[in-house]
Design a protein around this ligand. Structure first.
Ligand code: SF4
Ligand code: SF4
Length: 428
């Protein structure tokens, strides 16, 4: 066993209101400069939706390039346009996202808007702030909010295809939710593995994944390698950039900017101890639906004296161990099992985890759409507006049972809190 410490985050999706405060404060801190206009180290996606960059979950969209195999190692995708000859040509990397896949910042052609008289309402065209050209706006932050229920929003989201037919024509059952996203600071980081310059690295002390700007040569294989598409290319410096988990703040004992400014208070930060010797073995789990549990099995109890002794022997300092003992991450992920990794089937062992959202009950108990008694919870979970299958596709590699169990606990907690705040008895 080799004990390592990893900083990580849990986001409670039940509380995200999609306000983008996190995205904006992150942008003001980290990417408010030339070359970084289109970068959002933190973004908030509407779900179901195409995401940012467009269709990032759709492997066929970024066909070719790298993928992690069942052993958690990088290999070229079947049919990839990349080959050894291509690798020799440094910039032949055709399958990374391009600017059209991101929503670039736009402004309006104000001369059209204000410069001439018209009896009609003036209609300004959007102009790219980067190229200055007129844009055909077909994507933007939370564009999908307005498309809920349309063929377009479902058709472009691979997660929706299995349940699309159930929902089409049944407007009452359409749903949406928000998914804030940042770099996952993965235990088995594909960006690090795919960087030919050794510029991308994972810090030993806390697992934060960073780009050494001095060493980056602009190959951009990290962009194709990262399945979450969370590395960006700065056109001004010709270097890769990504979320830094606000490491200068973390080193001063402060939370990340996105966490500190989150309006919904949905973000929890903490350290978790894990067995680094077993990461490769966990990645080899052949069954996608068991990858969540394989990753869970890596986490170690920070209050176990034997683990503490081993951690100290492996170079983890006592302050970090104390952080792990107080951390909410172990409690939510391991003890309560209410937090889940985003797309564990990508096999990078992501370390930003999510509490799935509760949603209203559809067609349940003759029109009653809220859970009033504990015995209502289990049957109600299958009737929740956001389908359990959808959440399982996002958060557990398709394992619906673990999601149902978490929703049960969350609903029970809500009943308990309601009873407590109204001074009533609670009898589960
Ligand atoms: Fe690297 Fe992507 Fe994982 Fe972040 S999410 S550590 S950029 S592979
Ligand atoms: Fe959601 Fe918090 Fe970001 Fe607002 S600030 S979008 S509530 S994560």
């Amino acid at each position: 066993m080799k004990v390592k410490a990893q900083i990580s985050m849990v986001l409670n999706l039940d509380k995200c209101i999609g306000c983008h405060t996190c995205s904006v404060t992150c942008k003001q801190t980290w990417t408010n400069r030339p070359g970084a206009e289109y970068m959002w180290f933190n973004n908030v996606e509407t779900r179901p939706g195409v995401g940012y960059p467009k269709k990032w979950e759709d492997e066929s969209h970024y066909k070719g390039g790298w993928k992690l195999n069942r052993k958690g190692k990088l290999e070229l995708r079947a049919g990839s346009k990349l080959n050894k000859v291509a690798l020799a040509k440094i910039f032949y990397n055709p399958d990374m996202p391009n600017l059209d896949d991101y929503y670039e910042p736009w402004t309006y052609d104000y001369q059209t808007l204000f410069g001439k008289e018209s009896k009609h309402q003036p209609v300004a065209r959007a102009k790219s702030q980067i190229t200055g050209e007129y844009m055909d706006l077909t994507n933007g932050p939370n564009w999908d909010d307005d498309l809920a229920g349309s063929d377009r929003s479902f058709g472009e989201d691979p997660n929706m295809q299995s349940i699309e037919s159930d929902i089409k024509g049944n407007f009452e059952r359409t749903f949406m939710m928000y998914l804030p996203r940042l770099c996952e600071h993965c235990l088995n980081a594909a960006c690090v593995a795919s960087c030919p310059s050794g510029a991308m690295y994972k810090r030993d002390e806390d697992g934060i994944v960073l780009v050494d700007q001095e060493r980056c040569r602009g190959w951009r294989f990290c962009m194709t390698g990262c399945p979450y598409k969370k590395v960006y290319f700065n056109w001004n410096t010709n270097k890769a950039e990504k979320c830094t988990f606000c490491y200068p703040r973390i080193e001063e004992g402060l939370p990340t900017v996105c966490s500190e400014t989150c309006v919904g208070r949905i973000r929890y930060i903490g350290v978790i101890l894990y067995d680094a010797d077993r990461v490769a073995e966990a990645c080899e789990e052949p069954d996608d639906t068991k990858l969540y549990e394989a990753q869970l099995g890596l986490f170690l109890d920070p209050n176990d004296p034997e683990i503490v002794e081993q951690a100290l022997a492996d170079g983890v300092d006592m302050e970090t161990i104390r952080c792990a003992q107080k951390s909410p991450i172990y409690k939510m992920a391991v003890e309560q099992k209410i937090a889940f990794p985003l797309h564990p089937e990508y096999r990078t062992m992501p370390m930003v985890w999510y509490v799935p959202p509760l949603s209203p009950i559809m067609n349940y108990f003759e029109g009653k759409n809220s859970i009033k008694y504990p015995e209502m919870i289990f049957p109600a979970i299958n009737e929740m507006r956001i389908p359990v299958e959808y959440l399982a596709n996002l958060l557990s590699g398709g394992n619906t049972e673990v999601i149902k169990s978490a929703l049960y606990k969350l609903a029970m907690m809500r009943l308990y809190m309601r009873a407590k705040t109204s001074g009533k008895d609670f009898d589960p």
